[in-house]
Design a protein around this ligand. Structure first.
Ligand SMILES: Nc1ncnc2c1ncn2[C@@H]1O[C@H](COP(=O)(O)OP(=O)(O)OP(=O)(O)O)[C@@H](O)[C@H]1O
Ligand SMILES: [Mg+2]
Length: 325
């Protein structure tokens, strides 16, 4: 029934299933090499031409070490289940798109309401003293909405990353200077080991600016002694070197219900936040073959962990060469 074949008796499997069918191929491999296939999924075309998704388990029948004399095939028809899975994936994509559009619409509606409010005030009292002030508020709102669009496009557009050696320590020093201009009361320190990364300096700068700014904002909102630490850890296995950067703060930490939503575009708990910072961070890191995770620290505060594939720095390459000599 699953195969859409009415009579199987006394027919060769390849004749019943068709020489070119994937299933025939699996059975042939099982009979020739004694290979077992467990929970494979293959597409099968029935004699009347319809497509079926089949779950397949094939085991050889043989005595001791002898060659296989037959094969047992367990088939299950997964056609409906696969169609349902595809439909669900499509629905999830649509839901994500809906959430995104709602986020953009929300930002635009807020800014437009403010803009039209101030424009109406100017219109009703064209010569009032606060015209200049109102015009300034209109400009502020248009700037903020331009920022949302720019950040969103940065998130939505395919990224083109350049592969240049980036000295992480230097990049982080510069990031700290920029954050201190915005949050001078926060103590920001850099510690641990850093190596060079092959990647796009401008985009990686964006990553650490966003993460360090979030950490400094969180620390400043909560602690009498706001502090942020950027900690570097390098690890090496036989195949690759990994650079980890932990961004630790002593702010209020992340509410449990927010943890799963942090990296979604437009998720924000801040009055003036766009909620695009972490979405952009995640996208850039994925493009660099890295990742970012968030968790709360045991003693309070939040911790963001960035993992990136690292390259050998020139000095390290020389050091290891000296050792081998
Ligand atoms: N270090 C942190 N401690 C606690 N919560 C954080 C921290 N970093 C991020 N969050 C939470 O994650 C949310 C999303 O962060 P994200 O950087 O994406 O947007 P934002 O900071 O709100 O806005 P924007 O980056 O546009 O200014 C924040 O609003 C905040 O609730
Ligand atoms: Mg942010």
């Amino acid at each position: 029934q699953a195969l859409g074949i009415k009579a199987l008796a006394f027919r060769r499997y390849s004749e019943a299933l068709g020489e070119l069918s994937e299933l025939s191929d699996l059975i042939q491999q099982c009979l020739a090499d004694g290979k077992t296939f467990r929970r494979e999924q293959t597409e099968h075309i029935t004699p009347d031409g319809s497509h079926r998704e089949l779950g397949v388990t094939i085991s050889p029948i043989r005595r001791a070490q002898e060659k296989a004399t037959g094969a047992i095939c367990l088939l299950s028809d997964l056609t409906e289940l696969t169609a349902l899975q595809k439909q669900m994936q499509l629905r999830e994509n649509l839901a994500a798109l809906g959430e995104l559009s709602a986020g953009i619409a929300h930002e635009f509606k807020n800014a437009l309401a403010t803009i039209s409010g101030y424009a109406q005030m100017i219109q009703s009292e064209p010569n009032a003293a606060d015209t200049v002030e109102n015009a300034k508020k209109i400009l502020d709102q248009t700037r903020s909405i331009t920022h949302v669009v720019t950040e969103f496009l940065r998130y939505a557009r395919p990224l083109e990353i350049s592969e240049e050696p980036v000295e992480l320590r230097v990049l982080l020093d510069r990031t700290v200077c920029e954050i201190l201009e915005l949050q001078p009361q926060v103590r920001i320190s850099i510690e641990g080991n850093f190596s060079a990364i092959a990647g796009d300096e401008g985009l990686l700068r964006q990553v650490f600016l966003n993460l360090a700014r979030n950490a400094a904002e969180a620390a400043a909102s909560n602690s009498p002694n706001p502090a942020v630490i950027l900690r570097g850890e390098t690890s090496e296995s036989s195949e690759d070197r990994t650079q980890r950067i932990r961004i630790l703060d002593n702010g209020p930490g992340i509410p449990i219900e927010a943890l799963a939503k942090l990296f979604r575009p437009f998720f924000t708990t801040k009055v003036n936040g766009t909620g695009l910072g972490l979405a952009v961070v995640q996208k850039i890191l994925l493009q660099h073959g890295g990742q970012v995770e968030a968790q709360n620290r045991v003693g309070g505060g939040a911790e963001f962990i960035v993992t990136l594939p690292a390259t050998r720095t020139i000095s390290q390459a020389v050091e290891s060469k000296e050792v081998t000599i």
